[in-house]
Design a binder for this molecule. Sequence first.
Ligand code: MF3
Ligand code: CO
Ligand code: CO
Length: 252
Amino acid sequence: MRVVGRMAAETLILVGEKIRAGMTTEDLDRIVVEDTLRRGAKCAPLNYHGYPKSVCTSVNEVVCHGIPTPKQVLRDGDIINVDVTTIYRGYHGDTSATFYIGKPSPDAIKVTEVARKCLDLGVAEVREGARLGDIGAAIQEYAESNGCSVVRAFVGHGIGKKFHDEPKVSHVGKRGTGLRLRAGMIFTIEPMINIGGYEVEILDDDWTAITRDGSLSAQFEHTVLVTRDGCELLTKRDAPLKNSEGMASLFL
Ligand code: MF3
Ligand code: CO
Ligand code: CO
């Protein structure tokens, strides 16, 4: 799980180095496929419950599961979550980030930076003995007190030999409730944060989830190993993400 987590993280770093206005989401799919195969690994999304591509690319009001297409050109001011899931020797590593294309609007910066902080705050709750509700509560409190909402319809998940396993990791909750964490558990935390309401709709392609009110949505995801005194981020990056990390201050 450490090896595949690092692979997924490195592929996401590569996406950050290449992503820019004028590219299509299909171009991102190609970058992820090439880099993943070069590592002797596979892209988990391809054919997963019929999903047609190798990565999820979710632009602006798309909450998650956006499907890459040569028709979708990235434009200045867009935000896009790229969600990479790698399989290596049967194990899965799952990580995503939201990137800025060109100069983002104040709302785009707000929802993206709130989502980034929500993942960090969720991760900070993880240690043996903590409860799943502690993670959801930390995320929900921060998002809602900053004028954003937390998507309910999609959750984090146990991960290992299966892409999506138990437990379900809600990004809302109450402290002191839910499953008690034990060292050795591995799951994702992947809050989807909207600048408007939390409701989502699924498009006719049966995958693309959008905000019901058309508001912007952002997401970050790590695969996390619970330890006795905290956690290990299996998809930790040792280089900052270009076009995402450290960008907000440039525009504020
Ligand atoms: N990577 C997504 C997650 O974080 C799941 C994508 S499923 C797919 O759980 F089929 F759309 F790829
Ligand atoms: Co996931
Ligand atoms: Co994912």
